[in-house]
Ligand binder design. Structure first.
Ligand code: SF4
Length: 748
């Protein structure tokens, strides 16, 4: 562990941008106070302004100072969350001892041996009584690569269960599924982020980067300068505001009409002769099918369904094509278009549009999806997903199973088959034939899962709930056993950012004496369970094993090691041993056996519906009826100040002070029609539940749409009203469009 005054280069604990920072452990007295740094702007300036800025955020004497660091993704910028992230370390609410629920129903401290012996004994008993699939595991997209890998192995080898999935199912599953079927592989950005700088046109689909990852905005500047930034979002977000004054276009479609919108744009590209025929002929297959599928989506029809004017549709298509002749065009998608029951088809339509224009794999152009969680990319590559083995291998592929079984030292037949995607896994908790003992690592499904009251009931119905966390999250508060773990700056590891670039996280401070690494916990439990195979508690050893397990897979890390990362070399996967990695994918070929990308025809299940029809997209069994009577479309999403369920950021004083509560964004006219006052208490309700919060008037909202952040628990939890309906291809829940009523109430 570095001593006092030592400087440690590492990366932010939060989002997938993985901004670079340097931590310096102080020697002086405890510090506290307001944060310097870019506290008045979402968009962190570059290093000229802030490279030297430092911030001591909490009252813990060992709290390191944070300095931003120049790095290609953030260029010295950090957002408020990054600047204040040291407040998580040494936080007074840190868990420092295992907790076991006692006979009075309270969580009380216990020794590690007592807690681990109890967990191992009850896991064994559950397996013996109900079979291995009665034990479930739930991981997180914030876990390091080493932990994500070890968790997948632990579930399948030590527990023998197929029932493992992770919260990334709520983030990237549909984009990943679309990328896999079009390109044969899924890497968020298949090019370095810096490539965006020189773009003429960038189409940003459903992503509010100005709030979710502010330093990213620097990479949009080139497109803004050329008037080529196009933002698609029903809400006029901070990102959409960047299109003002000739910097680009903002398209505000009717909620849940992203798929028709993209089909309409493809129709224009084809019918105005803007498609890249040479590229399509030499690098793709499936063109004819897509031509047929977009034929009905003439501009006037698309406009009627989406509410986007024909002129804007045509202007957008022409800007996209113009970019290819003037510096490049990129299409980037985010959760706004992906978190739907037709999320995979919508992401596929975005990819089809990109392929029609000849973008993926071309110089200065491309398609990508913006990963959200800190290790959202690496977390889905190494085995904590229900259907995958390390190296982004399919768990049903016999060759993949044989390879991984060799690395794990077990027979291939001992590796279970595919498990259940997250929503199904959570729905099985405590049910007959379902999961009865559940281990949660780095996730808070009691707040993050759709229809969260039902999930919380499932968690309460379990025979055994074990949660590994460093705070008593809402899920941990329901547990039978809570195991306190280390944080981002307390142990070594790696993460893979949204570009597919593998980065080193480094230990900078000593952890609380009672906390342990999840790697150590898994090793101890595996030993107590008499597991075959080895489970090292050492991150570098685990990474060495991960490299071997990933060798030959799509996400091949075999040529990457800690010394290479420590030398500062950029390491983009695939990085087979002996290679120099792959910053840009698809330059020569796509990952399908014939080297071609596949255009996949897609269409809305209910193409004739539209505003006022009472139903958009899918049938009433999978998507809420909208605009019937008094219902509004509720979209959920993130705020600048908070991350995920807020279990971390709600505990950071500056962030909590800035955004202490959930507020429902609602247009003043929509509110007036319901007798709702600005700042007044409201109930947001549907058949699943009711959220209580305050209203905030915003002319950025459509009249038919309201917005709630998903960072708050209890009665303010947005997921009390979201639907557990999922995309049939990817298992992605419908987070972005729930039908709700909104009414004033006497108290929040
Ligand atoms: Fe951290 Fe993301 Fe903010 Fe960068 S943008 S400082 S990675 S939360």
């Amino acid at each position: 562990m570095p001593g006092a005054g030592a400087r440690t280069d590492t990366h932010c604990p939060y989002c997938a941008l993985q901004c670079a920072m340097t931590l310096t452990v102080g020697t002086g007295p405890a510090t506290s106070g307001a944060a310097p740094g870019p506290s008045t702007s979402n968009v962190s300036p570059g290093p000229a302004t802030h490279a030297a800025a430092t911030h001591a955020a909490t009252t813990h004497a060992a709290t390191p100072e944070i300095a931003s660091r120049d790095f290609p993704t953030n260029r010295g910028g950090l957002c408020r969350k990054g600047w204040t992230s040291a407040a998580l370390l040494g936080h007074p609410e840190r868990l420092t001892s295992p907790l076991i629920r006692n006979e009075n129903g309270e969580l009380s401290p216990a020794s590690w041996d007592t807690a681990l012996d109890l967990v191992a004994a009850r896991l064994k008993a559950t397996r013996e009584q109900h079979g291995p699939d009665a034990v479930g595991v739930f991981g997180g997209g914030g876990l390091t690569n080493e932990k994500a890998y070890q968790l997948g192995k632990f579930a399948r080898v030590a527990l023998g269960t197929s029932r493992i999935d992770y919260n990334g199912r709520f983030c990237m599953a549909s984009a990943a599924a679309a990328g896999n079927r079009a390109f044969g592989v899924d890497r968020g950005l298949p090019f370095p982020m810096e490539d965006l700088d020189s773009a003429h046109t960038i189409l940003l689909l459903g992503s509010n980067v100005a709030e979710t990852m502010p330093p990213f905005v620097q990479h949009l500047q080139g497109a803004r300068n050329s008037g080529g930034l196009v933002v698609v979002d029903p809400r006029r977000t901070a990102t959409a505001d960047f299109t003002a004054d000739g910097a680009g276009l903002h398209l505000q479609p009717v909620p849940a009409t992203d798929l028709p919108l993209l089909l309409g744009l493809a129709h224009i590209v084809i019918h105005e002769g803007l498609a890249d025929k040479e590229y399509l002929a030499s690098r793709t297959s499936g063109y004819a099918g897509v031509v047929r599928s977009v034929a009905p989506w003439w501009p006037e029809h698309t406009s009627r369904i989406t509410g986007v004017p024909v002129t804007l549709l045509r202007e957008t298509a022409r800007l996209l094509a113009a970019g290819t002749r003037n510096g490049g065009t990129y299409i980037l998608s985010g959760r706004g278009v992906e978190q739907h029951v037709d999320g995979t088809d919508t992401a596929t339509a975005a990819i089809n549009l990109a392929l029609l224009l000849g973008l993926p794999g071309s110089a200065h152009s491309g398609y990508g999806t913006l990963t959200g969680q800190g290790n959202g990319q690496g977390g889905r590559e190494h085995g904590q997903k229900a259907d995958q083995l390390p190296g982004y291998r399919k768990i049903t592929d016999p060759a993949a199973r044989a390879h991984v079984a060799r690395v794990w030292g077990i027979p291939e037949a001992a590796i279970p088959g595919p498990g259940l995607p997250a929503v199904e896994l959570l729905a099985s908790l405590g049910q007959p034939g379902g999961v009865r003992a559940f281990l949660v690592h780095g996730a808070n499904p009691a707040v993050s899962a759709p229809d969260s009251a039902r999930v919380a009931a499932g968690l309460r119905a379990l025979d055994l709930l074990v949660v590994c966390d460093f705070f008593l999250s809402e899920t941990a508060a329901l547990a039978d056993v809570v195991l306190p773990v280390l944080q981002w700056a307390e142990e070594d590891g790696t993460v893979t950012n949204l570009e597919g670039r593998v980065l080193r996280r480094r230990a900078a401070v000593s952890p609380p004496s009672g906390a342990r690494s999840e790697l150590w916990i898994m090793a101890e439990l595996a030993r107590r369970l008499g597991s075959p195979g080895t489970f090292s508690p050492d991150p570098e050893q685990v990474f060495t094993e991960l490299r071997a397990a990933s060798a030959g897979g799509l996400a091949d890390y075999s040529g990457i090691d800690y010394p290479l990362l420590d030398s500062g070399e950029a390491a983009y996967w695939p990085f087979p041993a002996g290679s120099t990695g792959t910053p840009r994918l698809f330059r020569e070929r796509f990952a399908h056996p014939d080297g071609r990308a596949v255009l996949v025809p897609v269409s809305p299940a209910s193409a004739g519906s539209g505003p006022g029809s009472g139903l958009l997209g899918h049938d009433a069994g999978t998507r809420d009826p909208l605009f019937a009577g008094a219902t509004l479309a509720l979209a959920t999403g993130r705020l600048l100040e908070h991350y995920q369920t807020g279990a971390q950021t709600r505990r950071v004083p500056e962030l909590a002070a800035a955004r202490p509560n959930a507020r429902l964004l609602i247009h003043p006219a929509t509110a007036a029609a319901r007798g709702i006052a600005d700042g007044g208490p409201v109930a947001v309700a549907n058949m699943r539940g009711e959220v209580r919060c305050t209203a905030e008037f915003s002319t950025a909202m459509r009249l038919d749409t309201v917005f709630l952040p998903f960072h708050f628990p209890g009665l303010q939890s947005a997921n009390l009203v979201t639907s557990s309906a999922t995309d049939p291809v990817s298992g992605m829940p419908e987070f972005k469009t729930s039908a709700v009523t909104v009414a004033p109430v006497s108290a929040p």
